[in-house]
Design a protein around this ligand. Structure first.
Ligand code: XMP
Length: 321
């Protein structure tokens, strides 16, 4: 029978067979797939795996700590964190267009990852790159597997030529829910194993307008409160994901105590979905909405209004950008 333990044993054996006494590198995103893939490879080859985590400054509250502390404590994995917030913010300065933001974030991410890889390669020879490809991705892409190239054309130094890696994809036979079960069995923290989908460009595409450090801080605080209250209400299982969006270029008048405020609205975008292709807005109980609204407007100084998005997909997308 396909027990979780037997899936883990067979996968670990397969990784050992593939990697032999070689070395591997794995980029962590903070999400469940890369974390479980890395945990399996760590179990198979131990310290011959190096994990690389790029903090682009667009993560939600606590996510870096979940990787640096909780993931490392649970797996014992060797982790190399790159602090790249300044670099991403500089690259995003003055940019409001969503596709432009995505392009810049994607480009910077690859460059930073390549620099980090060059650092690792300066100390050891690495032949394998771990990726958290799932079964549905394998089917969609026609089943091919193979290699990935890290390019040396950005003057990163340390990379003599383009470096080709053989891919290790330990999740190729698994669906998302199986990945979560395997992750739990491997002892990964609940916050990582249960994490709802979060886009690669992170909070960068949840600030409508230019991305700045102050705006990120505001959105991070509001998002943390919304997530805390949704989890406390026991509704995580019904919600596919709940983007919290900062309308940074919009201000509205409010009143607090004796004073007039002129702050920003945030939008709650709770959706229910099977696969993110279509989605319906989640009918959250009014008392949960009230708690989020009261706390956000009390605790986050720049936010004086909380609004609810009641649009299905289509016609609305899940994200606002
Ligand atoms: P939309 O907004 O298109 O989102 O309805 C569908 C799903 O994809 C996620 N999403 C992204 N994920 N990079 C990602 O890795 C992106 O640029 C991106 N844009 C949207 C979104 O969170 C939802 O789960």
């Amino acid at each position: 029978a396909w027990t979780t333990a037997s899936i883990i044993d067979e996968t670990v054996d397969a990784i050992r067979a593939q990697v032999g006494d070689g070395r591997a590198i794995c980029g962590l995103s903070g999400g469940v797939d890369s974390a479980v893939a890395a945990a399996l490879v760590q179990r198979a080859i131990g310290d011959r795996l190096t994990c690389v985590f790029v903090d682009h400054g667009l993560l939600r509250a606590g996510e870096r700590e979940q990787v640096e502390k909780d993931f490392v404590a649970a797996t014992g994995a060797k982790l190399h964190t790159v602090d790249a917030e300044r670099r991403f913010l500089d690259a995003l300065a003055g940019v409001s267009d969503p596709e432009q933001k995505r392009k810049i974030i994607g480009r910077e991410f690859i460059r930073v990852f390549e620099v980090a890889t060059a650092d690792v390669l300066a100390e050891e020879t690495v032949d394998f790159l771990v990726q958290g490809t799932l079964y549905p991705d394998v089917v969609e892409s026609g089943g091919g597997s193979g290699t990935a190239t890290i390019k040396s054309h950005h003057n990163v130094g340390g990379l003599p030529d383009d470096v080709e890696f053989t891919l290790v994809e330990p999740l190729r036979a698994l669906f998302k829910d199986e990945v979560r079960t395997v992750g739990a069995e491997l002892g990964l923290p609940e916050v990582i194993v249960r994490r709802q989908p979060f886009p690669g460009p992170g909070l960068g595409i949840r600030i409508i307008g230019e991305v700045t450090a102050d705006r990120l801080e505001t959105l991070r605080a509001a998002d943390a409160i919304a997530r805390e209250e949704l989890t406390a209400s026991g509704l995580d299982g019904e919600i596919w994901q709940c983007p919290v969006v900062l309308l940074a270029d919009v201000r509205s008048v409010g009143v607090q105590g004796d004073g007039r405020t002129y702050g920003h609205p945030i939008v709650l975008r709770p959706v229910s979905s099977e696969d993110a292709m279509t989605a319906d807005w989640t009918r959250l109980p009014y008392d949960v909405l009230e708690r989020i609204s009261t706390r956000v407007t009390n605790e986050v100084a720049e936010v004086n209004r909380v609004v609810l998005d009641v649009t299905s997909k289509p016609p609305g997308t899940i994200e606002w950008e």
